[in-house]
Design a protein. Sequence first.
Length: 417
Amino acid sequence: MSFENRLQSINKLIKHCRKASFYRERMPAKPIDSLAEFKKIPLITKEDLRNNSPYGLVCVPQKKLYEYHESFGTTGSPISSWLTKEDLHLHMKNINSGGLEFTKNDIVLIRFPYALSLIAHIVHPAVQAKGACVIPASSRTTVTPFTRTINLMQKLKVTIFAGLPLQALLLAETAELMGLNPAQDFPHLRAIFSAGEPLTRGKRQLLESIWRVPITDNFGMTEIGSGITNCQFGRHHIPEDEFIFEILADDLQTEVEPGSIGSLVITTLKKKGTPVIRYLTGDRAKIVPEKCPCGEEYSFEHHGRSSDVLKIDNRVLDCWDLSDIISHLPCQRFWVAGPKADGVKFIVEEEKSGDSVTQDLINALEVKCNLKIEIEIVPKGTLYDRNGLFTVAEVGKPRYIFTSREMEQKAYLTANI
Ligand SMILES: [Zn+2]
């Protein structure tokens, strides 16, 4: 996108945002003429969004509002997101611009939460717009526990499963407990569409090997909408006419070099209902400056929440680093990690009786990562109660990282299910 076009889009956004009470005082009074000026616009924090929800960021008249969504509010009061009809169509386009093409032959089981949350309500009309048939099987309701979802997938010959990566994993576990093989007993399944938690390299490989179908992942959040769906090569490319992604250093002033991890700041150039300008998402991310086989010059990697990391001496390890280590183990499905002196302690559930990790493997991983690594293999069911899969339908996002105190107190035993 040319510099002039980008500046024009930013100025259009600034003018639009001045219609909201929250933005009126924060926005430059006249059009900006450089990107340096754009970068002087103060960052918006989650706290700002919370304090100004539900109406403070609305930039359109009430009659234009079409849909309302809220974040779960697990880390504070919820953040509001209002969509116009135009916004909904924009988000639907983002779902359909990725590497997975939905067709009229598809039966798509949607297992994202339906109440208030955004993603289900974008994926649902997006795939219908392509002629696919939808089965709404929300993950946060007692109506569709895991066993019923497995039955629906078989009975209705589901071709695409859409849900959190954790849901795809727990469904596989349920299928196995029901005597089924995920790789063989769902012959109509051709793809998984994931969103809602970072799909690390390790997690993608694990799920693709269990279900033997490719995964297409969407990066988005309530505050920005559907964001980006990965290309056919599994990489996320930022649509520059729609978003500005900045990756900032710890000072939150300068941008990091491409290839380095920093704090993700997002500007939505086209969203009308509740747009965000320079929103400090609280997430870690990086720009990967490598050409993708699809032709794009660079891609984007989401590395999870900035608070969800392990700090070992001067190093920071996030879910990608930890998942890379796990991907070398014979059992990789369920694990947690916490800090220990000079390194990391993993607690990993065995997948089959007798799973173990040799000292040679640990030594090799320690050399590779330059880190002390301890791995404790625990019996199946320690971290995720398998009986729960037959009775519980409501499972949120997974938690992998714990503090040393929480590790001592074994908080991981009850953190998930
Ligand atoms: Zn690509």
